[in-house]
Design a protein around this ligand. Structure first.
Ligand code: NDP
Length: 315
């Protein structure tokens, strides 16, 4: 049978390119889990994703109610779940003030981490039940959360501190909207959320890989300087960022190439190792990359897991 893969945030950028790469093979039914149904439908059509290989379902990661509803709706569809890709993200580098999810969590960490954390936990049972030969749960990471790299050292750097803001619920009322309890900084909140994504993947691996045989993985697909992720940035940045990445840092990768990289992590028979953070070198060969000290801190991953469980209502 065809494999069923859910991709969150498949209405643009990396998610859309990955949906296309997988649907085109004819071996996958891609469930595009998107907050804007019409936008997703138009995007799928304009990029040429064959209709018979894709299903669009509503999911707003900035609402835990919507995440639960999505999991119910997916179950009711009767489709088995073989691979889940947590890809969606918001990035608010120019925001002066924090904004919040439906439950009152700061929006970047609330969407990118907490929404995906609940989704992945709810769908873990579905993955377990699938009879697909290679089941996977993939959480898209980023170099920007890794302070062992040049890009990860551009201030403001990711730093979860002692997680005191997260413990308080990131609500900006009686606690800071930032995980480390500091002043709001949109760029840092995004990087922190990516560290959470990479820690979560490893904690899933430690807790469930042996028991379930599911492969848990993360990746840095390269710098896709043209995606909507940078839509909130100042116009001059948006103009100069793609050529800067292309000619100076040489980290630039097209949406199509990045999509084919993520599609590999979904379906390549040689990429079944669990607990791995994949990256690609200049010749586009994949390799197991090293995470920063913080992004591979097992004690922090365990704490993050337990606090997140409480915040999303699982504990
Ligand atoms: P895009 O902005 O193009 O795509 C982000 C997607 O997330 C969009 O489909 C967006 O939906 C969706 N989304 C945002 N908020 C929500 C929400 N509340 N509920 C559901 N979906 C939501 O960015 P990219 O394609 O660049 O980013 C995809 C992933 O790649 C992210 O995890 C990002 O961190 C990662 N990444 C990107 C890099 C880059 O250079 N671009 C580098 C490294 C990692 P909508 O279309 O409705 O806005």
């Amino acid at each position: 049978r065809k494999g069923n893969v859910i991709i969150t945030g498949a209405s643009s950028g990396l998610g859309l390119a990955t949906a296309k790469a997988l649907a085109e093979t004819g071996k996958w039914n891609v469930i595009m889990a998107c907050r804007n149904f019409l936008k997703a439908e138009k995007a799928a059509k304009s990029i040429g994703i064959p209709k018979e290989h894709c299903t669009i379902m509503h999911l707003d990661l900035a609402s835990l109610e919507s995440v639960r509803q999505f999991a119910d709706n997916f179950r009711r569809s009767g489709m088995p779940l073989d691979v889940l890709v947590c890809n969606a993200a918001v990035y608010l580098p120019t925001a002066k003030e924090p904004t919040y999810t439906a439950e009152g969590f700061e929006l970047s960490v609330g969407t990118n981490h907490l929404g995906h954390f609940l989704l992945a936990r709810l769908l873990l049972d579905d993955l377990k039940q699938s009879d697909y030969p290679s089941k996977r749960l993939i959480i898209v990471g980023s170099i920007t959360g890794n302070t062992n790299t040049l890009a990860g050292n551009v201030p403001p750097k990711a730093n979860l501190g002692d997680l005191r803001g997260l413990v308080g619920g990131l609500n900006g009322i009686d606690t800071s909207p930032m995980i480390d309890g500091g002043e709001f900084d949109g760029a840092k909140a995004y990087k922190d959320s990516k560290v959470c994504n990479m820690l979560t993947m490893q904690e899933f691996h430690r807790r469930y890989n042996e028991e379930t045989g599911i492969t848990f993985a993360s990746l840095y697909p390269g710098c896709i300087a043209t995606t909507g992720l940078f839509r909130e940035h100042i116009p001059l940045f948006r103009l100069l960022f793609p050529p800067f990445q292309k000619y100076i840092t040489k980290g630039y990768v097209s949406e199509e190439e990045a999509g084919s990289r993520l599609a590999q992590v979904v379906s390549d028979p040689s990429l079944t190792k669990s607990g791995v953070y994949w990256s690609w070198n200049k010749n586009s060969a994949s390799f197991e990359n090293q995470l920063s000290k913080e992004a591979s801190d097992a004690e922090k991953a365990r704490k993050l897991w337990e606090i997140s469980e409480k915040l999303v209502g699982l504990a």
